[in-house]
Structures are given as C-alpha cells and as structure tokens.
Design a protein around this ligand. Sequence first.
Ligand SMILES: *[C@@H]1O[C@H](CO)[C@@H](O)[C@H](O)[C@H]1NC(C)=O
Ligand SMILES: *[C@@H]1O[C@H](CO)[C@@H](O)[C@H](O)[C@H]1NC(C)=O
Length: 386
Amino acid sequence: MLLKSFTTLAAFAAVTSATIFYAGVAESSGEFGVWSPTSEKGFGLPGRFGVDYSFIDKKGIDVHVDQNKINLFRIAFLLERMCPLSYGLGAKFNETHFDFFKEAVDYVTKTKGAYCILDPHNYMRYNDPSQQPMSGSIIGDTADKTAATTAQFGIFWGELAGRFKDNEKVIFGLMNEPHDMKTSLVVDNSQAAMDAIRKSGAKQLILASGNSWSGGHAWTEGTDSNTQLTKLKDSGNNLAFDIHEYMDQDFSGTHAACTQPASMLAGATAWLKQNNYKAMITEFGASNTTECATMLSDMIKYMASNDVYIGWTAWAAGPFWGSNSACCTDSKQWGSLEPASKAADGGPGLYETLWLKVIQPLVPKQLVWSGISSVNGGIVSTKPGL
Ligand SMILES: *[C@@H]1O[C@H](CO)[C@@H](O)[C@H](O)[C@H]1NC(C)=O
Ligand SMILES: *[C@@H]1O[C@H](CO)[C@@H](O)[C@H](O)[C@H]1NC(C)=O
C-alpha cells in the first residue's frame, strides 16, 4: 500500500515535469516507387508490396523500441494505393493494401507497444503522385473537375479512423505537408476529416498540419498564414498541430549543410502558446556535419524546454532508403535513420553517425507507454518490461 502510493506519487511528479510524451522516428517507404521522370500518370500504381514500396522492417522497429526505447513511429502511405483511382477517394479501400498497412501499424502498436501516426503522404493532393510533391489535383479544389472533394476526404478519414478506433495507440495525422493552396481550404478539408473521425467513434489524438509544407518557420508569415487554423474545432478535444522543420538553407531538407537554428520556430511557438495549443514536430532532420549536430541537438532541447511541444519524429527511417539520405537527397549517400543503414561507401549510415550520436542521447528516459494517445500526454515511465 505504502509502496503503491509512493509509485503513484513518483509517476505524478514525472508527468508534471515532462513535456515530451512521444518521441521517435518517421517510417518513410509506403510512398516510394511512384515518381516518374517523364510524369507518366499512374506510374508505380498500385505497385508491388515489398518490391516498389513497403512500410516497415520489423527488425528495425525492434532495435528502435527495444534498444533505443522510442515510443512513436509515423508510417507513411499513399492515398492512391489505399483508394485506387478506379474507386476514387472515399470509403472503398484496396483491402489487400489496407491489410499490409494494418499489419505494420499493429506490429508497432500491439506487438511493440509504441504509438503510431497514420500518415497519408499526399500533400493534400489526390490522383497523380507521378511528380509528387507537385503533381495531382488539390483535394477540394472546385475549379478542378478531376479533383477529389472535401467531402470525399472526410469520408476517407471516417472510414480509416473507424477501422482503428479500438487501437488507442494510433494517432491520426490528417495530411502530410499541404502546400500551394488556400489556407482556408486546408482548414475546410481538415475540419471535414476531423468531423468524420469523431463521428466514427474514434477518440484518439488528431494532428492537423498547416499550409506551406507545415513549415514551422513560416507558420505565422504572409497574408494567407496558418494563423487561420484557429478556426478548427475538434468535438473530441484531442487535437494538436503537426509542424515540420528542416535546418538547411531553404528549409527543404535537401541540403547537407545546416544554417537554420531552432529559433526559427519562435513565431509558431508563440502562436501555439497564445492559443493554448500543443504541437508535434513530425519531420525534422539534418545531415551529420558538425554544425548539423549542434543545431539538431538544439532543436530537440528547444522542444523539450517549450511545453507547447508534446512529441516528435525525426526524418527518416524506413526499409527502402538504401544508402540514400532523407536529410539531403540532392547530393548525399550517407544512409538513413534505419538501424541497418550504411553509406554508399560502406561506412556507417546516419543511424550510427546521427541517430546514435546526436539524437539518442536526447530521447527522454521516460515516455508514455499506455493509455489513449492524447494532446495531454499521459503517465510517463521507462519502457515497461525492463
Ligand atoms: C490492390 O492491391 C494489390 C496488392 O498490392 C494489387 O495487386 C491490386 O492490383 C490492387 N488493386 C487495385 C484495384 O489497385
Ligand atoms: C557523415 O557520414 C558519412 C558516411 O558515413 C561519412 O563519410 C562522413 O565522414 C560523416 N561526417 C561526419 C562529420 O562524421
């Protein structure tokens, strides 16, 4: 009895001091294999699972959870594979494809006990990923007769969320990096998705992204800024924002050199604070140069010391990167954050030179390992079973 109350007290003390409840890595692979150099529409669709694309490598997830003790993964998938063009965007899924996806989500959440963000990696577009992120019709664009509608986007999310409503470790990431559209349409589409998710009975955490690639540095900038996202209303009161932030010159994550410090997030942080919101940074990344190591640790410390941030996933692991580097796709072959990763010259990949050296020491020792995914976090502890 005495021991029990002591444990409860200790756990409570940990909750009040912790601000990062969820920490981990983005799994990028489900969106692979559709880019066509000649803009051939439909290229790589539906694609061969395990050949053109995949979702996770279980061995990599094992290392990240068992050894690195991270509790969050963000698994990317393509809307055009989940809802083939012949079906259209909506409630009719390719069940074979859905089963592959669900197997990955179940492995992360049920077998390993971690949390999982479902990530439609579609830039708020549907019907032509051949030149992603630029191709495809903007969802809800009424001037484009071939575009999927806002209502269809809602129907899609209602179906997906309904299928996962009993898995409390799932998090709904509404959309990866909307860009080059009206922010009011990002709001309308996200609201339709949120309403449908709640109508399905799902109560888990929803992450709503911003326009302009969800870029933190530009969150409050311009005449059509993400400050309009205050219009979103979640009847389930379990909403956080999804921010992306890269540290290279143009915030694109394509250059090896780091020049943009965490202080670029000041505007977004102030906006979140002012409106009493929370956020996760579900994409951030850099290469393994000395400047990048410093800026990346600063970024992780910045999130830990500003309580508007509740979690993060670094970009990126995934079974199909080979020696390609998610941080700096334009020039470098330094590997990825996937545990087996090697550089093109056979040397250690970014998993060793960046994750283990820079990121791993900053993974909070206590994270949330049970309970429904929540904007309020939960009881933090070291990974159970140790
Ligand atoms: C559904 O997915 C399977 C497995 O990838 C694929 O063989 C099949 O062609 C897909 N069906 C459609 C209509 O895209
Ligand atoms: C970054 O990783 C690559 C590939 O292993 C390696 O060649 C390079 O020396 C590393 N850079 C630093 C600063 O460690």
